[in-house]
Design a protein around this ligand. Structure first.
Ligand code: DON
Length: 309
């Protein structure tokens, strides 16, 4: 991709010195230790070339970005039956909101809000021990990124397990409707641990490649999911990937994307590139403040928005 290396380096330099950096998440105490001055970016183009800059090799907590991969796994296990347990409409609410669940009989709006992701994790857990389900998720991440060094940050997982009262409320509430089928503490244990997977921008951009290339990893030729499934996962990322900030993200960046409260964002340019950015400070919707700004600059300068120039 023409000018990619130059533009990526320029953006990293611009982000390094910006004074407005958002606010680091502290509702999971261990995440509050993140360095607000960090910024990393990695872009893998269709040829496999990686343009990366800033703290692109520093591992961070991927948090809700893991939900893209658990959605992929759950769809692989139960296919479209998944959509009877979780919807695929934008919620217009915060990621940990409980209000919609009562009106909608315990069926979460989409697989990316916390309630939806917990229901997806519960699907992966069916018929397995928590350790096996978690192993499956971690192996999938390592396989996609082609990197066996990827691990779970046990301190982050333990920190959320100690303090995740809202998620416990969401899971118990869904259990009362029969939407959660396994013991709530098993499902949440797997959920907290997959959110605590630590990856760098470079590893995450590699892992997202199958979504940019019709379900196929162009490096290995391996078809991870069928093209139709990759297209649909991208559609859900576009409409729901940034919670109540999804409209703003589509307006400014114009790409399917998924954020996490660790400050990461994975974004997909269909047919062209997989992108990961990271900066721990968040905006009011819980999405990376500089991550979004960096992606907006990148899509604008390189003409990458799916909606045109
Ligand atoms: O369940 C939680 O609250 C976190 N493990 C994940 C939330 C998250 O990343 C929301 N994203 N912006």
């Amino acid at each position: 991709m023409k000018d990619l290396d130059r533009v990526v380096a320029e953006i990293a330099e611009e982000m390094r010195t910006r004074p407005d950096r958002g606010r680091v998440a502290d509702y999971i105490p261990e995440l509050a230790r993140a360095d607000a001055s960090a910024f990393g970016i990695a872009v893998v183009d269709a040829s496999g070339h990686v343009a990366a800059a800033g703290d692109c090799d520093a591992p961070f907590s991927i948090q809700s970005i893991s939900k893209v991969f658990t959605l992929t796994l759950a769809l692989g296990m139960v296919g479209d039956r998944l959509w009877s347990r979780v919807g695929r409409e934008p919620s217009g609410s915060r990621f940990n909101s409980i209000v919609q669940l009562e009106n909608e009989h315990g069926i979460p709006r989409n697989p990316f809000i916390n309630a939806g992701a917990i229901a997806v994790t519960d699907t992966i857990l069916n018929g397995h021990q928590p350790r096996e389900a978690l192993g499956e998720i971690l192996r999938f991440m390592r396989f996609l990124a082609d990197d066996n060094q990827i691990t779970i940050d046990a301190a982050v997982a333990a920190s959320e397990q100690r303090t995740g009262y809202r998620n416990m409320a969401l899971a118990n509430y869904m259990k009362s409707f029969g939407v959660i089928q396994n013991p709530v503490n098993f499902t949440l244990g797997v959920y907290f641990h997959h959110c605590a997977i630590a990856m760098s921008c470079r590893q995450l951009a590699m892992a997202g490649r199958f979504l940019a290339h019709s379900g196929r990893n162009p490096a290995t030729g391996y078809q991870v999911v069928q093209p139709e499934r990759a297209r649909r996962i991208n559609a859900v990322m576009l409409t729901c990937g940034h919670y109540d900030g999804s409209g703003e993200f589509a307006y400014r960046v114009g790409l399917p994307g998924k954020s996490g409260v660790g400050g990461g964002i994975l974004a997909v340019v269909p047919g062209r590139a997989s992108i990961a950015v990271w900066s721990p400070g968040l905006d009011d919707s819980g999405n990376s403040h500089l991550g979004r700004i960096a992606l907006e600059k990148l899509t604008k300068r390189l003409g990458l928005s799916i909606f045109g120039l």
